[in-house]
Design a protein around this ligand. Structure first.
Ligand SMILES: CCCCCCCCCCCCCCCC(=O)SCCNC(=O)CCNC(=O)[C@H](O)C(C)(C)COP(=O)(O)OP(=O)(O)OC[C@H]1O[C@@H](n2cnc3c(N)ncnc32)[C@H](O)[C@@H]1OP(=O)(O)O
Length: 158
């Protein structure tokens, strides 16, 4: 696993995201990395739910799971486009991605007392659009699958 999370390389002005911004103390502060030995092709993140992330007692709220997949997807998209172009994340000019579409399938209830593992793989990589397929597992059981269509952040967001 690489040592510095993708999201920790974002410039300060793009570090307020509720799901992954390092400057949002109320947020989830998700951290995504290249999976060991898969730099450029697979990404990983971990998250441990809090007791208040409950849907039904004992199980995680699906909206939180969608949010984690969303941010792992947009972070992975930024990382792969930098990688493909031999750029360092956080270098100028900033290349960031926003969510255009998010498709989530809940396959099994997600236990709230376990660490969650998200793994991302790319089904399409273009400079302006990346599609990331993500699994969310606990104890090697896939509970959720998601597809994130991430599109390069338009200048109007800045
Ligand atoms: C308020 C938020 C502030 C965010 C500040 C940025 C902060 C960054 C750092 C933080 C990172 C964390 C981020 C977390 C994730 C979010 O929560 S982001 C917030 C939620 N997302 C949004 O608010 C996005 C709102 N939508 C938009 O701004 C525009 O619709 C989009 C998504 C940029 C697309 O703009 P567009 O002009 O339609 O794009 P366009 O150039 O026509 O299309 C480009 C490609 O995308 C495809 N595409 C476009 N839309 C779609 C779609 N809905 N479905 C499928 N494909 C699509 C097109 O078909 C095209 O594909 P190709 O032909 O190239 O293969």
């Amino acid at each position: 696993m690489s040592k510095i999370a993708f999201q920790d390389c974002y410039i300060q002005s793009l570090s307020h995201c509720y799901g992954c911004g390092k400057n949002n103390p109320e947020g989830h502060q998700l951290k995504s990395y290249w999976l060991d030995n898969y730099e450029g092709s697979k990404t990983i993140a971990h998250f441990t739910p809090k007791p208040y992330h409950t849907a039904i007692p004992g199980f995680v709220y699906g909206g939180l799971l969608a949010s984690l997949i969303d941010c792992h997807g947009t972070g992975s998209a930024a990382a792969v486009v930098h990688y493909k172009n031999n750029l360092t994340i956080g270098s100028d000019p900033t290349i960031r991605f926003v969510t255009a579409a998010l498709n989530i399938n809940y396959l099994a209830p997600t236990p709230i007392d376990k660490q969650l593992e998200l793994v991302g793989e790319f089904s399409q990589v273009k400079d302006n659009k990346v599609i990331v397929d993500i699994t969310l597992s606990t104890n090697n059981v896939i509970c959720v699958k998601g597809e994130v269509v991430a599109v390069k952040m338009p200048a109007t967001f800045k």
